[in-house]
Ligand binder design. Structure first.
Ligand code: DGL
Length: 305
C-alpha cells in the first residue's frame, strides 16, 4: 500500500520598512494558504526611501537575517526601496530563496501592455517567478508601451524599475514622490492636501512623459492612495491604467513556493506572526488598513540603529 505523501508548511518571511508590505501579505494569504508567515516591519528605521544605498542595505540585510533566524525558509522583500537598492546584498547574505517586488511589478506592467495592445503577446522567459532574458535575444517588441513609475526617491535613484521595464522592451519614466509616504502614515489617504500634492506630482510626471499609458505604483504605501490617484488623473484629464506589484509578487512567490516546496499542505489555514521595531499600537492601527483585517498581536523587537 502506498504511503500518503508527507506535506510541509513552509515558513515564509515577509519584510518591509513598515506596514505597507502588508498589502503583499494580503495578496499572499489566498494564494499560499498552507504557509506560516513571519512579517517584519522595520518601523523604527522607516522611511528607507530617503536614505542612502549603504544605510538601506545595512537595514535590509539585518532585517532579512532576523527573519531567517526566526525560521523563514523563503523571503519576500515586500519593500520597493529595499528591493531596488539591496536585493543582491540580501540574496548573498541568506542561504534561502529571496524574491523582491520590482521584477514582478515590471511583469505586471508587461501583461497590462498586452491587454492594452493584444498584438504584443510575446511571453518573457520566467524562472523562479522572475523574468529571465536569454543571452543574445532581443527583448519583446512592445516598446510603444510606456510605463510611468511613482516611487520613493531612493527607488527612483536606483533606476531598478527602468532597468526591469526596459529589459522587457517597455519604455519607462520614473517620478519620485517623497511626500506621499508621510501623508499615508498620517492617514490622509482621502484629504484635499493629498489630492493637491498628487496633482502637482502627476502633472509634472505627465508633462515629462505625456505618452505614458500605465501607472505603476512602485511603493508599498501607494495602493492606499489609488482612489485619490484615480480622482486626480481624471481631474487633470489623463486617465491611466493603474497597477501595483503586490498581486504580481504574490503570484511569483507562489511559483517559487511550488518549486521549492512541492508537498505544500494546501488544506491548512495560514498562520502568522508580526514583528515591528517601533510602536506596536501604530502598527496595529495602520497595519489593519494595509492587511484588510485586524492585526491582533505584534511583537516589538530591537534591531539596533
Ligand atoms: N516600503 C517603502 C517602499 O515600498 C516605502 C516606505 C519607506 O520609504 O520606507 O518603497
Amino acid at each position: 500500500m502506498s504511503q500518503p505523501t508527507k506535506t510541509h508548511s513552509p515558513t515564509i518571511g515577509v519584510f518591509d520598512s513598515g506596514f505597507g508590505g502588508l498589502t503583499v501579505l494580503r495578496s499572499l494569504l489566498p494564494l499560499i494558504p498552507g504557509a506560516h508567515y513571519i512579517y517584519l516591519g522595520d518601523t523604527a528605521r522607516l522611511p528607507y526611501g530617503s536614505k542612502s544605498h549603504e544605510t538601506i542595505a545595512r537595514y535590509a540585510v539585518s532585517s532579512a537575517k532576523f527573519l531567517h533566524e526566526q525560521g523563514a525558509e523563503l523571503l519576500v522583500i515586500a519593500c520597493n526601496t529595499a528591493t531596488a537598492m539591496a536585493l543582491p546584498e540580501i540574496q548573498q547574505s541568506l542561504p534561502i530563496p529571496v524574491i523582491g517586488v520590482v521584477q514582478p511589478g515590471a511583469h505586471a506592467a508587461l501583461a497590462t501592455g498586452k491587454h492594452l495592445d493584444p498584438s504584443q503577446d510575446r511571453v518573457p522567459h520566467l524562472r523562479d517567478g522572475l523574468i529571465v532574458a536569454k543571452v543574445g535575444e532581443a527583448p519583446p517588441s512592445n516598446a510603444a508601451h510606456h510605463v510611468l513609475v511613482l516611487a520613493t526617491s531612493a527607488t527612483v535613484q536606483s533606476h531598478a524599475y527602468t532597468h526591469a521595464l526596459n529589459a522587457l522592451g517597455l519604455e519607462a519614466s520614473e517620478k519620485a514622490c517623497p511626500l506621499l509616504v508621510p501623508l499615508v502614515e498620517e492617514g490622509w489617504t482621502n484629504h484635499p492636501v493629498t489630492d493637491e500634492v498628487l496633482k502637482i506630482y502627476l502633472t509634472e510626471a505627465l508633462t515629462s512623459a505625456p505618452a505614458a499609458q500605465t501607472l505603476l505604483l512602485g511603493c508599498t504605501h501607494y495602493p492606499l492612495l489609488e482612489p485619490a490617484i484615480r480622482r486626480t488623473l481624471a481631474a487633470i484629464g489623463h486617465p491611466l491604467t493603474i497597477i501595483d506589484s503586490a498581486d504580481a509578487t504574490a503570484r511569483a512567490t507562489a511559483a517559487l513556493v511550488a518549486q521549492h516546496f512541492p508537498s505544500l499542505d494546501t488544506t491548512r489555514k495560514p498562520t502568522y506572526i508580526f514583528y515591528a521595531t517601533d510602536s506596536i499600537e501604530k502598527f496595529q492601527h495602520l497595519g489593519s488598513s494595509f492587511l484588510g483585517q485586524p492585526v491582533a498581536e505584534v511583537n516589538l523587537i530591537d534591531l539596533g540603529g
